[in-house]
Write a protein that binds this ligand. Structure first.
Ligand SMILES: [Zn+2]
Ligand SMILES: [Zn+2]
Length: 395
């Protein structure tokens, strides 16, 4: 029997777990509801686990009927919500104002639990499957927190796979690509300190507005003049704050904020270096001082070629093979799964969830208050995970 048939039944229970998770959203490192629900299920099924890897993270291991292959595979789900007030009006809507599962991590957790139930019931593989329930995907570097707490020392994986529901693809479509799929996301704050004074006597001031405007123009040359035109990067200045509100005062200080998106570690570090150089020399040019608070945040998600091959083969057994895109366009959005792809091969997979009714919550964009995860894709995602396991962990 195809795996997806077995998972159709488990999927009905998983939808209930998903609704419970959805009603009780919690954000980075506070995901205690999800943590407890996962532990309750793993305990019920007799799957050994370790709690507290990255505060609220959990890793668990299912050992196959045979364990002589020496092989292991990691399956990862994220479990955190966002600071958004839900507007879906659904029966299982968030019970916490200001918090919402608007990225579908409730669905990812339920999908991995469904795969775990199937894999634990059948154990139709030779080797070990490590389940990775990750906290703080949304900007908290939860992947790094789990690894810092020894995830891969205790639960080492030959390959790691993760998936994301994708409202921009139809249900039954699956997409991924070799190389960069999602961008690295860094953020910076630049603090300018000049010398304030009377607007009529600029010669005795060090005007932070002049510093800021030169700086912004110079920073725009990084992408246009330092990045190889064949490569891809974004540097956006998104906030500028200088001035007291009065028209006759030159301010003392200013602050600029922005974000950098890249698809490779080398490019990301080159841009960081250039920002620092430009700040240092712009400060010198105007006699001001500049301090930078640079936050290296989400790593680029760079899939390995063999990981994508494995996904392509597995996905073709779960959905119609013509609906599997193994070379989709990359996206400048970020995903903390990149932390795992920096240290292990594998792949991140986009699983379509859009339906025919245009205004369905399943068709709304991620991170919007009208969005909802589509329970009908739980059997698809869980079957994909299970097929990856059964295909790789053979004799
Ligand atoms: Zn998100
Ligand atoms: Zn997400």
């Amino acid at each position: 029997m195809p795996i997806i048939n077995s998972l159709a039944e488990i999927g009905k229970d998983a939808a209930q777990w998903r609704h419970a998770l959805h009603e009780n959203p919690q954000t980075m490192y506070e995901e205690t509801f999800a943590n407890n629900l996962i532990k309750e299920k793993l305990t019920e099924w007799g799957i050994p686990f370790k709690d507290g890897l990255g505060v609220t993270g959990i890793a668990a291991t299912i050992t196959g009927q045979k364990d002589t292959s020496g092989k292991s595979i990691g399956l990862r789900a994220d479990m955190d919500a966002l600071n958004i007030t839900e507007e879906t009006g659904l029966p299982h809507a968030s019970k916490t104002p200001g918090k919402m599962h608007a990225c579908g991590h409730d669905g990812h957790t339920a999908t991995l639990l469904a795969a775990a139930k199937y894999l634990n019931d059948t154990k139709n593989f030779n080797g070990k499957v490590h389940l990775i329930f990750q906290p703080a995907e949304e900007g908290g570097r939860g992947s790094h927190s789990m690894m810092d707490d020894g995830l891969l020392d205790q639960f080492d994986c030959d390959y790691i796979f993760g998936l994301h529901n994708w409202p921009y693809l139809k249900k039954g479509e699956i997409a991924t690509r070799t190389g960069p799929l999602l961008a690295g996301v860094d953020e910076f704050e630049i603090y300018i300190k000049g010398k304030g004074g009377h607007a009529a006597m600029p010669h005795v001031t060090k005007d932070p507005i002049i510093v800021a405007t030169h700086l912004i123009n110079a920073l725009q040359t990084i992408v246009s003049r330092n990045v190889d035109p064949i490569d891809t990067a974004v540097l956006s200045i998104t906030n500028i704050n200088v001035g007291t509100g009065a028209v006759n005062i030159i301010a003392e200080k200013g602050k600029i904020e922005g974000t950098v998106r890249t698809f490779s570690h080398d490019l990301r570090m080159m841009i960081k270096d250039r920002i620092e150089q430009i700040c240092e020399h712009t400060a010198a040019m105007f006699g001001a001082t500049i301090e930078i608070d640079y936050d290296i945040n989400i790593d680029p998600t760079v899939n390995s070629a063999d990981g994508v091959d494995m996904v392509y083969d597995a996905a073709g057994k779960v959905v119609d093979a013509k609906n599997v895109d193994r070379d989709c366009a990359p996206c400048m959005g970020g995903e903390d799964f990149g932390g795992f792809m920096a240290v292990r091969p594998g792949a991140f997979i986009l699983v379509g969830q859009a339906v025919d009714e245009e205004n369905s919550p399943h068709n709304q964009g991620l991170h919007t208050p009208q969005y909802d995860f589509n329970d009908d894709i739980i059997p698809i995602g869980a079957s994909l995970f299970a097929t990856l396991v059964e295909d790789y962990l053979t004799e």
